[in-house]
Design a protein around this ligand. Structure first.
Ligand code: IPE
Ligand code: IPE
Ligand code: MG
Length: 252
């Protein structure tokens, strides 16, 4: 595999705008992909892992520095136990199979979401992946697993409260200070959030962090997602005008 982040798209040399620094993806549509092919939903999840591999590689090549993917939500526990088990098994297999290569490629892996409640083997694997890649800084892959934004914000509020307990001189809480209690404390806010599968919702993903992200909803089902889809998403991102609450160029 080309090393993520080492070979930015050569077209950038010609003055094309740089890729968004941080792209986040709601990887949706595995079940429908499988159903359309008469396969069990789990076959869609398996193919979804292939799409993830492709996307990590393409993101690095296209000059994206941070890629965050929504892999299992706090609400996904409502699915049948068999499907939940398959999803956990696929995360485990992905980390076990890809960790050495990602590590060699300079990828820093982070897993965001509630660690409590994860099976012990998964939790220790995730800890290991984070520890073994902690020195890497070429490309930042963040996997949202057992992640829900409301859960994250609640845990942050609890951690903040614990940090000031018994301290009457505590500084008033600012947005920046609160951000440091979130799971994403070390990564910048996403510039672009993509959701596949034609659904127009955020489903409890990065609610705080995506306050000013550009949102892109595409019809492709996640197992079919490829480099061309990512390139097209970046082109569409470049057509957007980000205002952050101010007025457009020339005061329009
Ligand atoms: C995304 O695909 C994977 C997870 C949410 C874990 P889905 O499993 O949600 O696929 P659809 O939406 O049912 O097609
Ligand atoms: C969002 O997809 C979560 C992940 C992609 C992991 P879902 O398929 O769970 O979202 P809803 O239920 O359709 O909103
Ligand atoms: Mg879905």
């Amino acid at each position: 595999m080309a090393r993520p982040g080492t070979s930015p798209d050569p077209s950038h040399a010609g003055g094309a705008p740089p890729a968004p620094q941080h792209v986040a993806i709601i990887m949706d549509g595995n079940g429908r992909w499988a159903k359309a092919k008469g396969l069990p939903r789990t076959a869609g999840h398996e193919r979804g892992v292939e799409a993830l591999r492709r996307t990590v590689e393409a993101a690095g090549e296209l000059g994206i520095q941070y890629l965050t993917v929504f892999s299992f939500s706090t609400e996904n526990w409502r699915r049948p136990a068999d499907e939940v088990n398959v999803l956990f098994g696929l995360l485990k297999a992905y980390v076990q199979r890809d960790l050495a290569r990602l590590k060699d490629d300079g990828v820093r892996i982070r897993v965001i979401g509630q660690r409590e409640g994860l099976p012990a083997d998964i939790a220790s694997l995730v800890d290991r992946a984070e520890a073994e890649t902690a020195g890497n800084s070429r490309f930042f892959l963040t996997i949202a697993f057992n992640y829900g934004s409301r859960n994250e914000i609640l845990r942050a509020a609890q951690a903040y409260a614990a940090s000031i307990a018994g301290n009457p001189q505590a500084e008033p809480l600012s947005e920046a200070a609160f951000s440091r209690f979130l799971d994403t404390r070390e990564i910048p806010d996403p510039d672009l959030v993509i959701r596949t599968s034609g659904e127009y919702r955020i489903s409890n993903f990065l609610l705080w962090q995506a306050a000013y992200a550009e949102l892109l909803f595409v019809d492709v089902l996640w197992p079919d997602f490829n480099r061309e889809h990512l390139e097209s998403a970046i082109s569409r991102y470049h057509e957007r005008e980000r205002r952050f609450g101010t007025v457009g160029p020339g005061g329009t």
